[in-house]
Design a protein around this ligand. Structure first.
Ligand code: SF4
Ligand code: SF4
Ligand code: SF4
Ligand code: FES
Length: 944
């Protein structure tokens, strides 16, 4: 086994709590009951040869290489399919076994190319290893008989290839696709000698159902399924354990390197969020880090009409500091602010919020979570006491009923979706609440018990109606409510929920969901032993986002579904470090750990450590910054890794605000839409260059480790620190570990966290402190963090955005598996083969009414603006609803979204926009303007 390869114990761990004593090759061993002999031996340090088994797949017993002898039993049982029994005496090495194993290998090798020296798997091939282990020296059958050595190589997938000549038909790939990924894209076609692996019905990988997760490639013991990067570069020589920088699942990876070059990302088996699995983005889409578009030199310009001038770091930082100081001198202390990024590390984010508070001397700091999960923070804090999800991902394996609301896990959080699918295949029931027929509603071997296909904007009536059924049909967990919750608030909430307007029959009229469907779903959830809610931006990005979050918390409390494994209320966080960027004090009213900036004692502790006075008054949120900019009062912004001009709603307003500023500093990997309005560009680092931590959706603090030095020459935390120094504030960390030490010293929920601790234990879920030294997987176990759980009344106040004759359709937005957020990273990878442009999904009846056919260019018009994009006609959306993604800047999806936002947090209402769709002959005026600006920016860059 190569030193890069992760250990494989042969079969999955037994879940039994009992142990049995056995003897292996004369030595005693104690293992869990139900463990296979193969695993028991490997756990005891005895490596029985194997080929068809792997410790993330159910034992299969096809290769016959793992045969053993068991005292008192006839024959040679396969050790992978034979569980241990108390007192068993096992022999793994005898002459007879050696002979049998050599025979097996001889057959395999007689039909295998003998090109080991030039094979891409040379040095990391289980077949090669096993031939050595069993001592195969000759192949008596020769190589001239019928064989498979002239098969074809399928190179259709951009990231891996399938070379059928090397396949030993062990079926590990097929089982990985079924058991690990849950996609069922592969089959073994034919029988006996004719059997072969096939993607789809002989379609090739690219055209099949394959979602390119790579589980089959990882499972393959030969070079049959192989990463193209390994074919090109050869085997890695060292590895670094780090964390994916895409979604909020936070998968751990082994970055496998050859010098400074990443040649493979292999999901890390000890990663607690992903247990060795990944999706296409994390495993394959890391090429953007070395893409030629990366800006590697700082740049400045006096006006946005001028060409960028490349300068050294010192000049860029001094220039930014001078202009920001001039603005404050002219327009006042509060005329500048900063935005932190959910893609950056906690340490980088902490440094930026400190820069704003200590060097800008105000609280004008906000984060991109403002536009995604800010209602989660507010709603869960009010009801439960903590602004975060309640469970670890593994908790889903104990759920009997799973409710997915406004989330699309197979596209947005694929690795967690695979885990959820495993639980659903075991028998848990699924309720999907979503306007679209998302993949989970019906996929191979999975079907939702209920799909509540509500109209966008009616989440709150639906959650109230579900609660109405629970309350009026005696499904409230009275003991739980009495012991754990604030009873007075429960009574008030109950009174509200019981009102006829919250009955399924009334709610059916506004939501479009049949009353009996709502009732059935409520009964299923309310009577489950353990029921878990998972939700996404389809909940939060509404004008009632916070109300809905509180509605879900109310329902979970009323049914006793909090504080245990298998239940809870769980936000599916979008970006890799949304949780962390919020935890780190990126809000204008809160210091790290969600503590009010207005609280003298809290502020005092930071003032003492930082040696400055902190403004007691909360600062501006992002939308307020834009409004103040348009009003002429807000003139400078430091934007860390965030493309506000593309990702924020009502693009024209955002562009007007950015244009009115006198100094916009953008820190990012690539020039983006926002940098078109910037005066200073500070190149950022990719996750492969960062040293720090990310926090995933389950509050897990994961280490991010650099696999290469910063390509632009400077760590991002250091850029922020030098800007603070240039502004006159002596920020003086020596390393990111120092920053984490300060976070721990100032934030009670992080008190025991340090890089040294994380490197020792792997990862930990906050709170992690004296009371919980190894972290807190499940929150609110005996008590809610706020004491008694608080029910909050959730009356429905509909959005002001309404359909009418002019705008009769409702637009809602979402993401697709292969792309990520504004697409800055994934658009610079081969993921483009799956989804090169944003499409508008429209129902066949709406399409026909408008004369729109598949692939037509259509104009999408709202009260705010017009864009054009291609239509795809599909029943995934219901009549009256259209849907698009927002991964491409030229689409301008946010040109049409409105300024309506959540009443509590100002989170924009991306999910409900009244629109009209019509066939179009040319690009919209906004898009023509966009293209012209892109061309002129291109020219400006060329001159640098
Ligand atoms: S492709 Fe690999 S994993 Fe799949 S059957 Fe062939 S050898 Fe086994
Ligand atoms: S890459 Fe993933 S989805 Fe595709 S065939 Fe392999 S295991 Fe299945
Ligand atoms: S599921 Fe999310 S964290 Fe995991 S590999 Fe995919 S994008 Fe990365
Ligand atoms: S590993 Fe046991 S039969 Fe293949």
């Amino acid at each position: 086994m190569s030193k890069i390869t992760q250990a494989d114990l042969g079969t999955p761990a037994s879940r039994s709590t009992e142990t049995v004593r056995i003897e292996i090759d004369g030595l005693p061993a104690t293992v869990r009951a139900g463990t296979s002999i193969l695993r028991a031996a490997r756990e005891s340090g005895v490596d029985i040869p194997k080929l068809c088994s792997s410790d993330n797949l159910k034992p299969f017993g096809s290769c016959r290489l793992c045969l053993v002898e068991v005292e008192g039993r006839k024959g040679y049982p396969a050790s992978c399919t034979t569980p241990v029994e108390a007192g068993m005496k096992i022999r793994t090495q005898t002459d007879a076994l050696a002979r049998l194993r050599r025979n097996v290998m001889e057959l395999y090798i007689s039909d295998h190319p003998l090109d080991c020296l030039t094979c891409s798997a040379n040095g990391d091939c289980e077949l090669q290893d096993m031939a050595g282990v069993v001592g195969l020296r000759e192949v008596r059958y020769g190589f001239d008989g019928e064989n498979h050595l002239t098969g074809e190589v399928d190179r259709s997938n951009p990231y891996f290839q399938f070379d059928s000549t090397k396949c030993i038909v062990c079926s590990r790939c097929v089982r990985a696709c079924e058991e690990v990924q849950g996609t069922f894209a592969l089959t073994i076609q034919g029988r006996g000698f004719e059997s072969k692996v096939s993607a789809g019905i002989d379609e090739g990988f690219l055209d099949s159902e394959c979602v390119s997760c790579g589980a089959c490639v990882q499972a393959c013991p030969t070079a049959t399924l192989m990463e193209k990067s390994i074919v090109e570069h050869g085997q890695p020589d060292h590895k670094v354990i780090t964390t994916c920088a895409y979604c909020g699942v936070g998968c751990s990876f082994q970055a496998e390197m050859k010098g400074d070059t990443v040649v493979r990302m292999t999901p890390y088996k000890d990663g607690q969020a992903n247990h060795g699995h990944s999706c296409v983005k994390g495993r394959f889409a890391w090429g953007y880090a070395t893409h030629r578009d990366r800006i590697l030199s700082p740049m400045i310009r006096d006006s946005v009409d001028e060409a960028w001038r490349q300068v050294d770091w010192d000049e860029a930082i001094q220039y930014a500091a001078r202009r920001l100081k001039e603005i404050q001198a002219k327009y006042g202390r509060k005329s500048i602010g900063g935005i932190t990024s959910s893609r950056c590390t906690n340490e980088e984010v902490f440094a930026v919020q400190k820069l704003v508070r200590a060097a800008f001397s105000n609280n004008n700091v906000d984060t991109c979570a403002r536009v995604c999960h800010s209602p989660t923070g507010y709603g869960l804090k009010q009801t439960l006491g903590t602004s975060a999800g309640t469970q670890p991902f593994d908790s889903v394996m104990d759920a009997d009923v799973i409710v997915v609301i406004g989330a699309n896990p197979t596209e947005g959080h694929p690795v967690f979706a695979s885990q959820m699918k495993r639980r659903l295949q075991e028998g848990a029931k699924l309720i999907v609440v979503d306007p679209r027929r998302i993949g989970l509603v019906k996929s191979p071997h999975i079907e939702a018990a209920h799909h509540l296909a509500l109209l966008p904007g009616t989440n709150v009536p639906i959650i109230n109606a579900l609660a109405h059924v629970v309350v009026t049909e005696g499904l409230v967990d009275e003991d739980y409510v009495r012991e754990r919750c604030d009873v007075e608030s429960f009574e008030a909430w109950k009174k509200m929920i019981e009102k006829p307007e919250n009955s399924p029959e009334e709610v059916a009229k506004i939501s479009g969901v049949p009353a009996e469907e709502i009732r059935a779903a409520a009964r299923l959830y309310g009577s489950a032993d353990r029921a878990a809610i998972y939700y996404g931006l389809g909940v939060t990005e509404h004008s009632q986002g916070s109300t809905m979050v509180m509605g879900m918390a109310n329902l979970a409390m009323a049914t006793g579904n909090l504080g245990y494994t298998g239940c809870g209320v769980n936000p599916m966080r979008g970006q890799n470090n949304v949780q962390g960027s919020c935890d780190m004090g990126s809000f204008p009213h809160e210091l790290p750990g969600y503590r009010p900036v207005a609280d003298d004692a809290v502020r005092g502790s930071f003032e003492q450590r930082w040696g400055v006075k902190i403004d007691a008054e909360p600062g501006f949120r992002i939308p307020n910054m834009f409004d103040e900019a348009c009003a002429g009062h807000f003139k400078g912004m430091y934007i860390q890794g965030e493309d506000l001009a593309q990702s924020d709603p009502n693009t024209k307003h955002v562009e007007a605000a950015l244009s009115s500023m006198e100094c916009v500093v953008v820190q990012d990997l690539f020039l983006n839409e926002t940098s078109k309005f910037a005066h200073v560009f500070l190149p950022g680092t990719s996750f492969l260059e960062k040293d720090g931590t990310f926090i995933n959706a389950e509050r897990r603090i994961n280490r991010v480790r650099p696999v290469m030095p910063p390509r632009q020459g400077k760590d991002e935390w250091l850029i922020t620190q030098e800007l603070a120094q240039a502004l006159g504030y002596p920020m003086d960390y020596e390393s990111p570990a120092d920053i984490m030490d300060e976070i721990a010293a100032l934030t009670p929920t992080f008190a025991s966290v340090s890089f040294e601790f994380l490197d020792r234990v792997g990862s930990v879920q906050w709170p992690c402190n004296e009371k919980a030294p190894m972290g807190t997987p499940v929150m609110h176990v005996d008590n809610f963090v706020r004491g008694k759980g608080l029910f909050i009344e959730t009356d429905f106040v509909p959005t002001e955005e309404r359909t009418n004759r002019k705008f009769p359709l409702l637009l809602t937005t979402g993401r697709i598996l292969s792309q990520y957020n504004v697409g800055a990273q994934t658009r610079r990878t081969d993921n483009m083969v799956w989804y090169a442009e944003d499409l508008l999904e429209i129902h066949p009846s709406d399409a026909e009414l408008r004369g729109v056919r598949e692939g037509d260019l259509v104009a999408l018009t709202s009260r705010k603006g017009e864009i054009t994009l291609r239509a795809t006609v599909t029943t995934r959306v219901q009549p009256g609803v259209v849907y698009t993604t927002f991964h491409n800047p030229e689409t301008g999806a946010n040109v049409v979204t409105t300024e309506y936002s959540d009443w509590a947090t100002s989170c924009p209402e991306y999910k409900v926009t009244a629109v009209q769709v019509a066939p179009a002959t040319h690009r919209s005026a906004w898009q023509q303007e966009f293209e012209a600006r892109a061309a002129s920016q291109g020219k400006i860059l060329e001159t640098t």
